[in-house]
Write a protein that binds this ligand. Structure first.
Ligand SMILES: [Zn+2]
Length: 424
């Protein structure tokens, strides 16, 4: 079946199934009062509101106005009904539905509300006046006040379509598409959740005076391993988890080589953040991907101690996960830091009481860190007798999974719009 009349759609009156209660009545009740318990039900409820908004706008435009003052009054009435700060439907919905939404429905309600708020801009006075000004008896001088030199809205559409946009203006008018209907909205994409989280992390450290560094993803074995004090005998050198391009070249297994490159380029003191992609020869599962994102941080200066590391990462963790979380440092081992540590935060899901995510421990490890190994500073051309430094590395997907309670890392790479549009 081929569609008829490409580019020309016949406006249909939507036959929404509505419950008896009016939007006004519903807006004065809470989601609980309305028996809304699922994100799907929230979607339906907001769809009813959006339909009511569009209907009322259409009804006003179809009705038209007979003069400048009536036009102004009608537009203001509809605008106030929806957008008035006090008692407007949008603000009532904000107060009764969104603010009082139970915790588990907050995200869905928030998203739906933001869409509604966007949509409600179509009834702001200016936009309404533009459409109204081309309706009804549009012959008076007052029209000039509402018509820009370059035709906008329906007038422009009408000009393009070669028909009159003033159906009531003069005698017989050919029936055609209703040019006063709002246009079809082009769906916009949104920033990927991994990028969002990466930017959030970057912002926190930029605020602390760090700068951003980047480097090649196809990296030499020297920068990826040797310069970072990872000897040939280290398990990470085994080709089981490194993707080799050839004997001397790898897809970088971490963003750490950027630290060496930055030390060589800028010397000390140095405060940098290295966000980017890393690659491992892992079998994909819910927590492993062959490509993932890391953010590493490096601070090199005189008299840098472990206290600087702790203070900075504690500040960062609170800023990212919220003031209530606690941090805990425990000893660990990495070839490029000495001493090395793991930073754990109190579980964001159970508040430290113990749950599935934290395996009942109340703590979740979020990143490795430590004081930069003197050998690594030396490889970067920095004298370890004069300077010391600390560094950390974290997995961005893991942070995003914790922040948004996502249980499968694969979701980030499947490009499923149903998943991605939740982060718009
Ligand atoms: Zn927990």
């Amino acid at each position: 079946m081929s569609g008829s009349g490409a580019g020309r759609r016949i406006p249909l009156k939507c036959s929404h199934t509505r419950s008896r209660m009016s939007i006004d009545e519903k807006a004065s009740k809470t989601l609980k009062d309305l028996g809304i318990k699922t994100p799907e039900a929230i979607g339906e409820l907001f769809a009813q509101v959006a339909a009511a908004l569009d209907d009322e706008r259409q009804a006003l435009i179809a009705r038209g106005a007979t003069g400048e003052s009536e036009r102004g009054r009608l537009a203001k009435e509809l605008r106030d009904r929806w957008l008035a700060r006090k008692g407007g439907l949008v603000s009532l919905i904000d107060a009764h539905w969104l603010k009082k939404a139970p915790k588990d429905l907050k995200p869905a309600a928030g998203r739906a509300f933001n869409e509604l708020r966007q949509r409600a801009k179509s009834v702001d006075t200016e936009s309404l006046l533009q459409d109204l000004s081309h309706q009804g008896a549009g012959t008076e001088q007052g029209d000039l006040a509402f018509t820009a030199a370059t035709p906008v809205g329906p007038a422009r559409l009408a000009a393009e379509a070669g028909v009159s946009a003033k159906p009531g203006a003069g005698g017989s008018v050919k029936p055609g598409p209703d040019l006063t209907l709002p246009g079809f909205r082009r769906t916009l994409g949104s920033v990927h959740p991994v990028t969002q989280v990466m930017r959030e992390i970057e912002d926190i450290f930029l605020g602390l005076g760090f700068s951003i560094e980047s480097g090649p993803e196809i990296e030499s074995v020297y920068y990826n391993f040797d310069a970072l004090n990872i000897p040939e005998s280290h398990p990470a050198r085994d080709d089981w988890d490194t993707l080799y391009v050839n004997a001397e070249t790898v897809l970088r297994t971490h963003t750490s080589p950027v630290q060496i490159r930055a030390m060589e380029k800028h010397g000390a003191p140095l405060y940098i953040l290295c966000p980017g992609k890393a690659y491992r020869r892992d079998n994909p599962d819910s927590t492993h991907a062959t490509m993932f994102h890391q953010v590493e941080g490096l601070a090199v200066d005189k008299d840098i101690t472990f206290a600087d590391l702790k203070g900075t990462l504690d500040y960062f963790a609170r800023k990212f996960f919220g003031d209530k979380i606690k941090t805990n440092f425990s000893p660990s081992f990495f070839p490029f830091t000495e001493p090395s540590g793991e930073l754990a935060i109190s579980c964001v899901f159970c508040g430290g009481e113990g749950c599935r995510v934290c395996k009942e421990s109340g703590w979740v490890e979020v990143m490795g860190c430590g004081m930069v190994h003197p050998e690594v500073l030396r490889h970067g051309g920095i004298d370890p007798e004069r300077y010391s430094g600390w560094a950390f590395g974290l997995g961005v997907e893991r942070f995003a999974m914790m922040k948004y309670d996502i249980n499968d890392i694969q979701l980030f790479q499947q490009s499923d719009v149903r998943f991605l549009e939740q982060f718009g």
